[in-house]
Design a protein around this ligand. Structure first.
Ligand code: PEP
Ligand code: MN
Length: 333
């Protein structure tokens, strides 16, 4: 059960409300986010919710018989939208392209990408400065020096930044230089990290775990929301299956399922989803048709010499072609 509180609720009325809830054998979890104040109440017994709904300070009350509560659509039927400022919005009819290299490599590469994004009218640039690599000998990112440069060059052109945060200690140091925190699939169930991101007022895009189920992704989002941050996006990026003909199995079934279960925007990452540059375009288009609210795309001026994931990265010409096709698909839809 979710109770949305009036912001003006008095401490006395809040106490009374909590007492009434515990009387019907429900536990009370108080959640305050940037947007509202809630009580998430967990229990099994049937009772007439009107007995609580009429109390002072209750704005709204809903039974949510789902495994997740605050991220569920059973409670919030309208679609959530993330406002990044300067007219950049994600979700609820705002289809967002987030494009850039797998890794930030240096000043020239950032400048070249920003130039391409401005040319294409894309407002969000991706690029990792802390890279989770399977091998410790692979390029592991430029760290904060890279992020500061990335931030400076993007800000100058009105481009927003999404980049991966790998551990709790990075949340604070990265905070002022980014617009969206990306939680990578390897960290999808790093609950300490999710708790830390619940405490910041910056949007978070959370990727599905490499072998994660849809429910596990929703639980992870619930962690951040219940920690106080409801600016969330879910991301399907492919899961590990027995099939080895491509890098991951992009589970496009997850798109309509997630949108049915949750009010949060759903972003698809076809780059990691299939892992093959020559097949990225149809998967990006399929994700668009499936109802994605946006795409996370790896692009590079010369994918052949990219420091990471070049094999799944589009060059600028391929990127422009894809954007053209997406435009046509959106019109048809
Ligand atoms: C990335 O976006 O570059 C990345 C490492 O993604 P994932 O966490 O999906 O592997
Ligand atoms: Mn990558």
């Amino acid at each position: 059960m979710i109770i949305q509180l009036e912001n003006t609720i008095s401490p006395q009325n809040l106490d009374l409300l909590k007492r009434e809830i515990t009387n019907v054998k429900y536990s009370v979890n108080q959640v305050s986010t940037q947007m509202g104040n809630y009580l998430v109440c967990i229990g099994k017994d049937e009772f007439d919710i009107r007995s609580i709904g009429h109390l002072s300070g209750v704005k709204d009350i809903h039974r949510v018989n789902e495994i997740v509560k605050l991220v569920s659509r059973k409670w919030k039927t309208e679609r959530s939208q993330i406002d990044l400022g300067d007219g950049v919005k994600v979700g609820d009819k705002n289809f967002a392209i987030m494009a850039g290299p797998c890794s930030i490599e240096g000043e020239e590469q950032i400048r070249s990408t920003v130039k391409q994004l401005v040319k294409s009218g894309v407002r969000i640039m991706r690029g990792g400065v802390y890279k989770p690599r399977s091998s410790p000998y692979s390029f592991r990112g430029m760290g904060m020096d890279g992020l500061k440069l990335f931030s400076e060059l993007c800000k100058a052109e009105g481009i927003k930044i999404i980049t991966e945060v790998m551990q709790v200690s990075q949340v604070e140091e990265m905070h002022d230089y980014i617009d969206i925190f990306q939680v990578g699939s390897r960290n999808s169930q790093n609950f300490n990290l999710l708790d830390a991101l619940g405490g910041v007022d910056k949007p978070v895009l959370i990727k599905r775990g490499i072998s994660g189920s849809i429910d596990e992704l929703l639980y992870s989002a619930e962690y951040i929301f219940s920690g106080g941050n409801e600016k969330l996006m879910l991301c399907e990026r492919g899961i590990r299956t027995y099939e080895r003909a491509y890098r991951n199995t992009l589970d496009l079934n997850a798109v309509p399922i997630l949108k049915e279960k949750s009010h949060l925007p759903v972003i698809v990452d076809p780059s990691h989803g299939i892992g093959l540059r020559q097949h990225m375009e149809p998967m990006a288009l399929a994700a668009t048709v499936a109802g994605a609210d946006g795409l996370l795309l790896e692009i590079h001026e010369q994918p052949e010499i990219a420091f990471s994931d070049g094999q799944q990265t589009l060059n600028y010409r391929e990127f422009e072609q894809l954007l053209e096709k997406i435009k046509i698909i959106k019109e048809v839809l």
